[in-house]
Design a protein around this ligand. Structure first.
Ligand SMILES: C[S@@+](CC[C@H](N)C(=O)[O-])C[C@H]1O[C@@H](n2cnc3c(N)ncnc32)[C@H](O)[C@@H]1O
Length: 470
């Protein structure tokens, strides 16, 4: 492992980044950084444990947990307790989004993550004459597995944030100890779609006032809470989400879909999740297949049903449906069965004034009905053609919307005589002609408007007819 010269806090955690500290013990690390910057505006410090626990475990005097937290707050640091590092993707993400705001550079720091100790009941070791009871050790496989599981869940849950920002993740662990090496932080990060960018030696003295804490809340005998755990060598591994190839792993979709199901009532959570499914860089056919296999399409539709009044959820969900069904015949079938068309049409009727919502809805219909006869029929029955025409008439100035709407009309009427009649009755021809006129210099609108138009009146499929109506 190549170690670089250790950077000092001023270069490592520069003031122009937003720093998110996870699993703090007595908050002395956070305080050291805040004092160094003489400000806490850019720092969000969190602990897994509640405040009362921290006071009891790490003291209430100045320089102890209580004093540190008070000073942090006075410096403007946002302090949160009961914060689980493995749920960064869920409700708490809203807190994080508010904190991160428009700043793109984010550093997530977790020093010495530790999952706590298994309860006696879940320990595999039985007290027998041959094998008398002994305390679980760090080197036991059960502990190594717990460490790896904790890190895996953390990396996965950090990926939506890591994807939407220029984010580095700093995980500090003890080295020169066999058990810590077996956690294989690097391997776990890699499997979750991250690359390890570099490692540097972690020197406690670089952070004046910082005192490492054991702080294992569910320690069965309470003895290990609050102690410093010695002077072992430690390194910080810095991770960044891969931008190519394995950017989006199966576990990413599983994490998103699981979180969406678990927090179906949370509007903010569903909005963020839908937007994260709308197609970041690297979202290819393989990823669409992965997303489909973990039921992402049906889950997005469920979110639409659960939050009909939220234009944000509906917009994100339509964008996600557009992306998930793009070039994926399987996901189109899934969308049809899940009731996506009905949900999209309801969203269009409920949020007529939201231009981006209408645009994303037209785009979703364009892909869902592409080369899928059953979905074309559903679209006709559910009123999708009328909804698309209404969107065109309501937002004549939006070229992207007009283009998507024309593609949707084109796909819904393709070799479908019933839908052609519906389109004629809904005034599609007039709407398409208005798009042609209103966006005369937009090549994409012109192309798709003509295509749609030529499908409309079966008996007069000619440009001459259309021109006569211009
Ligand atoms: C070894 S202590 C390190 C404490 C502190 N970071 C330090 O450097 O002194 C491990 C910390 O991980 C925290 N922890 C355990 N599970 C966690 C989780 N799921 N989310 C956030 N923190 C967690 C514990 O509460 C404990 O404070």
């Amino acid at each position: 492992m190549a170690l670089q010269l250790q950077p000092r806090p001023d270069s490592l955690y520069k003031g122009n980044k937003k720093i998110i500290l996870l699993g703090e013990g007595d908050f002395s690390f956070a305080l050291s950084l805040a004092r160094h910057h003489n400000s806490g505006d850019n720092i969000l410090a969190t602990s897994f444990d509640g405040e009362a626990f921290l006071h009891a475990a790490y003291g209430e005097a100045e320089g102890d947990a209580k004093g540190n937290i008070a000073e942090l707050r006075s410096l403007g640091v946002t302090v949160l307790h009961d914060f689980d590092a493995t749920t960064l993707h869920s409700e708490e993400v809203d807190v994080i989004r508010c904190f991160v705001g428009l700043v793109k550079k984010v550093v997530i720091v977790w020093n010495f993550p530790h999952p706590g100790w298994p309860s006696k009941a879940s320990r595999p070791m039985q007290t027998t004459r041959e094998q008398p009871y002994r305390r679980v050790r760090e080197s036991d496989q059960i502990m190594i597995n717990r460490h790896r599981k904790l890190l895996r869940k953390f990396f996965i849950s950090a990926s939506p944030l890591a994807q939407s920002t220029d984010c580095t993740i700093h995980v500090t662990t003890v080295v020169s100890r066999q058990d810590a090496d077996k956690w294989d932080v690097h391997g776990v990060g890699l499997a979750c779609g991250y690359a390890r960018c570099w490692t540097h030696r972690f020197v406690e003295g670089d952070y004046p006032g910082y005192a490492r804490k054991v702080g294992v809340p569910n320690d069965p005998n309470g003895k290990r809470v609050g102690n410093n755990f010695g002077n072992n060598n430690a390194v910080t591994s810095v991770f960044k989400l891969e931008q190519e190839g394995p950017l989006i792993h199966r576990c990413f979709f599983e994490a998103i879909v699981t979180a969406m199901r678990k927090h179906m009532k949370s509007e903010g959570m569903q909005r963020h999740a839908c937007f994260s499914l709308r197609g970041p860089a690297g979202f290819d056919a393989e990823n669409r297949a992965r997303a489909g296999s973990v039921d992402a399409v049906a889950t997005v539709v469920a979110a639409m049903r659960a939050h009909t009044a939220s234009a944000g959820v509906q917009e994100g969900a339509c964008a996600a449906l557009w992306n998930l069904t793009n070039g994926s015949a399987d996901n189109r079938i899934r969308a049809g069965i899940a009731g996506a068309i009905k949900a999209v049409v309801r969203a269009m009727r409920g949020h007529t004034s939201s231009e981006t919502m209408q645009w994303n809805a037209c785009s979703a219909l364009w892909n869902i009905t592409s080369y899928n006869a059953a979905n074309q029929t559903r679209a006709g029955d559910e009123g999708a053609i009328e909804a698309v025409v209404a969107a065109m008439c309501g937002h004549t100035g939006n070229a992207k919307l007009q283009q998507s709407a024309c593609i949707a009309l084109n796909n819904m009427t393709f070799r479908n005589a019933e839908n052609v009649i519906r389109a004629e009755n809904a005034g599609a021809a007039e709407a398409v002609i208005a798009a042609l006129r209103g966006h005369a210099n937009d090549e994409a609108v012109q192309k798709w408007a003509w295509k749609a138009l030529l499908k409309l009146p079966l008996e007069i499929p000619s440009e001459t007819w259309a021109l006569s109506r211009l």
